[in-house]
Design a protein around this ligand. Structure first.
Ligand SMILES: O=C(O)CCC(=O)C(=O)O
Ligand SMILES: [Fe+2]
Length: 300
């Protein structure tokens, strides 16, 4: 048995549906190898200088290298690919917005043992999110070819639908894929880096997105210096979090839009009422939310 693969022209609807049913979806060669080449070239000096993990979970022979927006213009393109944002929008449609959660290159060196199978959403202090509320839409991009021998990420299909909390390697399958392919997976599906039994380096670009009302794992505002942030387009800044997460989450100063801090700090622009209205509309369609609707109804 092997994991499900879709072709590079797969529609976000098909990727999101496959994720909903299986907890993951591999999309083959979604990014051109020229983009992977540029990311490798831009990030190599930082990977070289990164530390190995400090515990078995992070991997004593594994390096994590973050800050991709600040360090790699090519990675910004990867983060903003329409197929990826379209899929994240569908997987996270239960929330008013989604945004970037973390960016990192994971370099699994030869000899690195398998990582414990886990769910990424436990990062929020092990809070037991409901099974039917998706918090994360995550990707592991193959920056090198991904073979089982090299430690391809292992996934337990369907484990996002269960309350079971322990799985063994035998329950998992390797996400074997070519460079430029992407493993999409939810925050609930059990997965982990495989053992690298080869003499080659296995590298992945881990880009994750989360609903707009949770704290980001990689602090985007401190990781990307404001001088660099000011050079970035609005759509990327919004994905980084320079917008409200929901009707009042993330404003600055006296109830002002966070984008003004980047563009025109001396201007006073109230926070985006459109999001407030959007949220209200969405929430009115959800049973049991009437008390909250009354509280935020813009018509009042
Ligand atoms: O590197 C991998 O294959 C997976 C890493 C991972 O799942 C994690 O660190 O949360
Ligand atoms: Fe993980």
């Amino acid at each position: 048995m092997s994991l499900i693969h879709l072709p590079s022209d797969a529609k976000p609807e098909d990727i999101a549906k496959t994720m909903k049913e299986n907890g993951y979806c591999i999309v083959d060669e979604l990014a051109p190898s020229s983009l992977m080449d540029r990311i490798t070239a831009e990030m190599s000096p930082y990977v070289e200088n990164s530390m190995y993990g400090l515990d078995n979970f992070l991997g004593l022979q594994t390096k994590r290298t973050g800050a991709l927006i600040a360090r790699s213009p090519a990675a910004r393109e990867l983060i903003m690919l329409p197929t990826v944002l379209g899929t994240a929008g569908l997987v996270l449609a239960n929330a008013s917005t989604f945004r970037l959660h973390l960016t990192q290159i994971i370099s699994v060196y030869p000899g690195s043992p398998a990582q414990k199978l886990h769910q990424d959403e436990v990062a929020w202090d092990f809070f037991p999110f409901p099974l039917d509320y998706e918090i994360q839409c995550n990707l592991l991009w193959a920056l090198t070819d991904y073979t089982e021998e090299m430690g391809a990420t292992r996934v337990v299909p369907g484990s996002h639908l269960s309350t079971r909390k322990k799985y063994s390697i035998e329950d998992s399958l390797p996400a074997v894929m070519k460079r430029g392919s992407a493993l999409f997976y939810t925050g609930k599906v059990f997965h982990g880096a495989g053992e690298n039994k080869s003499d080659k380096l296995r590298q992945a670009i881990n880009i994750t997105y989360a609903v707009g009302w949770v704290r980001q794992e990689e602090n985007q505002y401190l990781t990307t210096p404001i001088e660099i942030a000011r050079t970035l387009p609005d759509d990327l800044l919004k994905v980084m979090g320079y917008q409200l997460g929901c009707f009042s989450m993330g404003y600055i100063r006296d109830g002002e839009d966070p984008m003004t801090a980047i563009r025109e700090p001396e201007k006073r622009v109230p926070y985006n009422v459109a999001i407030l209205e959007e949220t209200t509309k969405k929430r009115t369609s959800l049973a049991g939310f009437m008390r909250d609707i009354e509280m935020i109804d813009p018509g009042e």
